[in-house]
Design a protein around this ligand. Structure first.
Ligand code: ADP
Ligand code: MG
Length: 453
């Protein structure tokens, strides 16, 4: 039995033992990476899976291993990025005269990242379009394709999507590698060039990197400072480029901003197309949340206000959105509660306090906090109603929006019942003057500001 079969048998057993939510939350997207020296290494999608599986399901997993393989292994849970990728020499072909080593090199592609499950919005549509174009005609249009942006915005996902697309639409050879793996291979080659065995590391290295049709190298910024490796990469790049092989690179910054990288490499990175991915806007965040609930959990029909709450409070990276989704699923499974706005707020309280929230506050969030404080509704704050019990909270909310967001007076006016910008200016002035006279109000504003921040 190969490892994938073993694992899929084990997962079937686990599935039959657990309720479907627990199964989906903790075991979906896990993978048996390898079994070596009595240790079964399992890849899990999030840190939290490690803890929960070891604490709650270790016996179950052990039993399943025993039943399926006849053995019990020590479990080691790893995130994808923690699993090193080791080369495997698959077979040694002998012929009459000489011994020839055949290297089988895995593409390292993760099948879970595809174009189908990549949600497109304003912040990533350019990168997505470029990626698809390259996937459709590798080596022909943008070479190299350079994708850059902050962490957690989908660069790795897009790169695997390109690779998977090419593999399934052609018989081209694709290799995905992180720049750290490239460094490791290079260092191994340097060290072991002469370790006395038959294994020829130089041969292996050249074969691995120069014999591909598509080389995908992730997080190139880590080559900074590795001088020898950069030189080697330069030669690899040239060989592939001259052979019209596609090169795809990602980084946390644009080619020009890559510190400590040789100029000749930066120049080459600019030869093709460089595209950036921005943080998702609220619309894309909502779409992604809906998709992730479907993909990562078995919770159907997530209430619209929960999505809205999450999309407006959690931003920055898409990894944070995924973390929040898993957390909500775990929370509602553990405490057996229905998912609604209240339980969502409870479940995410730590998460949000840990700073996964917007640095930029948005109007909707401020309105919600102010409305709760004065015990009125957000709809009232946003309405044209003029009653005195609403006028004051509304002025406070407008003042806070002006202080804590980058929004203009006219935009704030629109969000508060279509008020003219002069009304907003007047309200802000009024609150400011009032605060100087009224200690109580000053404290209230301070408290609200703290909560919003
Ligand atoms: P990066 O490489 O830029 O740090 P990743 O590609 O690892 O980011 O993305 C982080 C997580 O967010 C991954 O699980 C990925 O599937 C998910 N993700 C990112 N962008 C999208 C998107 N547009 N649609 C769906 N999932 C996405
Ligand atoms: Mg990445």
């Amino acid at each position: 039995m190969d490892k994938d079969t073993i694992w899929s048998n084990i997962l079937d057993k686990i599935k039959s033992e657990l309720d479907s939510l627990a199964y989906q939350t903790w075991f979906q997207d896990t993978e048996l990476y390898k079994i070596e020296n009595g240790i079964a290494m399992i890849i899990v999608p999030y840190e939290i899976n490690k803890k929960i599986i070891i604490n709650n399901y270790k016996d179950l997993v052990d039993n399943c291993f025993r039943e399926i393989t006849g053995n019990v292994y020590e479990l080691e849970l790893l995130l994808q990025e923690e699993a090193e990728v080791t080369p495997s020499i698959v077979e040694t072909v002998k012929n009459d005269r000489e011994e020839e080593v055949v290297y089988e090199i895995s593409s390292n592609l993760l099948s879970k990242y595809t174009f189908d499950n990549f949600v497109v919005g304003n912040s990533n549509k350019f990168a997505h379009a470029a990626a698809l174009a390259v996937a459709e005609s590798p080596g022909k249009i943008y070479n190299p394709l350079f994708i850059y942006g902050n962490s957690g915005l989908g660069k790795t996902h897009l790169m695997h999507a390109i690779g998977n697309y090419i593999v399934s639409h052609s018989n081209k050879k694709v290799l995905y590698i992180t720049s750290e793996q490239f460094i490791n291979d290079y260092v191994a080659m340097q060290k072991k060039e002469s370790d006395g065995t038959n294994f020829n590391y130089v041969d292996f290295f050249k074969h691995k990197y120069r014999n591909v049709d598509v080389l995908i190298i992730d997080d190139i910024q880590y080559l900074s400072g590795a001088v020898g490796t950069q030189r080697e990469f330069f030669h690899t790049f040239n060989t592939l480029y001259e052979g019209n092989k596609q090169i795809i690179i990602s980084s946390d910054s644009s080619p020009n901003d890559l510190a400590k990288l040789e100029d000749r490499l930066k120049t080459r990175f600019g030869w093709g197309l460089a595209v950036d991915i921005y943080p998702p806007d609220i619309e894309l965040r909502s779409e992604i949340l809906k998709k992730k609930f479907k993909e990562l959990t078995s919770i159907n029909n997530v209430p619209e206000d929960v999505i809205e709450y999450m999309a407006s409070t959690i931003n920055g990276s898409i990894r944070n959105l995924e973390g929040a989704v898993t957390r909500l699923a775990a929370y509602s499974a553990t405490f057996k509660v229905e998912l609604n706005l209240k339980t969502a707020e409870e479940a995410l309280v730590d998460f949000i306090n840990k700073g996964f929230v917007s640095e930029k506050n948005d109007i909707a969030r401020i309105q919600k906090i102010v409305a709760d404080y004065f015990q009125v509704t957000v709809d009232d704050l946003r309405s044209k109603k003029r009653s005195a019990n609403l006028a004051f909270p509304r002025q406070v909310a407008m003042y806070l929006c002006r202080q804590l967001t980058d929004e203009s007076f006219p935009k704030i006016g629109i969000e508060f019942g279509g008020k003219d910008h002069s009304t907003v200016i007047h309200s802000c002035d009024k609150i400011e003057k009032e605060m100087k006279k009224n200690k109580e109000l000053e404290k209230t504003i301070e408290k609200l500001t703290k909560e919003i921040r």
